[in-house]
Design a protein around this ligand. Structure first.
Ligand SMILES: NC(=O)c1ccc[n+]([C@@H]2O[C@H](COP(=O)([O-])OP(=O)(O)OC[C@H]3O[C@@H](n4cnc5c(N)ncnc54)[C@H](OP(=O)(O)O)[C@@H]3O)[C@@H](O)[C@H]2O)c1
Length: 290
């Protein structure tokens, strides 16, 4: 297959099979930032939010990450409004297990009847018969893990969920969860400037689980003028955001970055990162700057 890097640049990031059987283009899109301030309520510019989602698909993105708690509900509703009926190759990953009490307020709630309601309501809002990837947004420490993962496994057996994922977990928690239900992906915070989840990434790479790094374009102080990214950015004629994404794509073939933006211009810039191929030297130099 020849890749049209001009019109569908995301394709240059290659493919990954979630759970071994669900192919996605590795460079995805995170739909959290489409909502209002504090990830609460409607977007400031709804038309632009719809344009961003449609443009993502045009650019070759086939993997969109969301959650019922984004808005709440707003992100899923926007995805439905912009893209339903969905292209056959589009994979929408959503999440359950957090309740919202106001802007910027998030609380784990893992009671199985609530997780089941979330799955049912996400199916309805997204207009789907099956959720391709259903992620437990947080493990609720007040509810037995068997109950939380147990209901996700039940939903999978019933055909309402295709694959199950976890979010913000340790290696120990992934192991414990896998004893209860098949786990296809892990979504943890990870980027060039914050590699606290390196052990979880290594585990996912060894076991063939998808690793979805959230906050992927954070570069912290690295991107400041005169900072360590400057030289490589100049050599590649790339932006700091593009370098951060190219570094993630190069770091491991199981990494599926989901950069988020509410702007078409930033979306296009981020998709361009898939076409940047770092040399070994550039990758090593970037890896050393933290
Ligand atoms: N599992 C979890 O607990 C969890 C937590 C947080 C997020 N997530 C998921 O991860 C996705 C990404 O995380 P994130 O949104 O926190 O982090 P991110 O994608 O690293 O950063 C998004 C921020 O960067 C800005 N941005 C995007 N592209 C840019 C560019 N090219 N140049 C300059 N600024 C740019 C965006 O603002 P503009 O809108 O102005 O572009 C936005 O403020 C979310 O959408 C969500 O799906 C998951």
């Amino acid at each position: 297959m020849t890749i049209d890097m001009t019109t569908r640049p995301a394709l240059a990031s290659g493919n990954f099979r979630i759970g071994g059987d669900l192919p996605v283009v590795r460079l995805g899109y995170g739909a959290m930032r489409l909502t209002g301030l504090g990830i609460w309520g409607e977007p400031r510019d709804r038309d632009e939010a719809i344009r961003v989602l449609r443009r993502a698909v045009e650019l070759g993105v086939t993997f969109i990450d969301t959650a019922d708690s984004y808005g709440p509900f707003v992100s899923e509703e926007l995805i439905h409004a912009a893209l339903h009926p969905y292209p056959a190759d589009l994979v929408i990953a959503t999440k359950a297990g957090l309740v919202r009490t106001g802007p910027g307020q998030w609380h784990p709630l893992g009671r199985p009847e609530y997780l089941r309601q979330e799955a049912e309501m996400s199916l309805r809002r997204l207009g789907l018969e099956r959720i391709d990837l259903f992620q437990l947004h947080r493990i609720d420490p007040r509810v037995p893990l068997e109950d939380q993962l147990g209901v996700l496994a039940d939903l999978q057996r019933e055909g309402k969920v295709r694959h199950v994922g976890l979010s913000e977990v340790s290696v120990e928690q992934v192991r414990a969860a896998r004893a209860i239900a098949p786990i296809a992906t892990v979504q943890n915070r990870y980027n060039l400037a914050d590699r606290a989840s390196e052990d979880v990434l290594e585990y996912c790479a060894r076991e063939g689980l998808g690793f979805i790094p959230w906050f992927p374009i954070a570069t912290g102080q690295l991107a400041r003028p005169g900072g360590p990214l400057d030289d490589i950015a100049r050599q590649l004629e790339a932006s700091p955001a593009q370098l951060a994404l190219a570094w993630l794509l190069r770091r491991s073939p199981v990494i599926l970055p989901i950069p988020g933006t509410a702007s078409v211009a930033h979306l296009e810039e981020n998709a361009g990162a898939a076409t940047l191929h770092l040399t070994d030297e550039q990758f090593t130099a970037l890896s050393r700057v933290v």
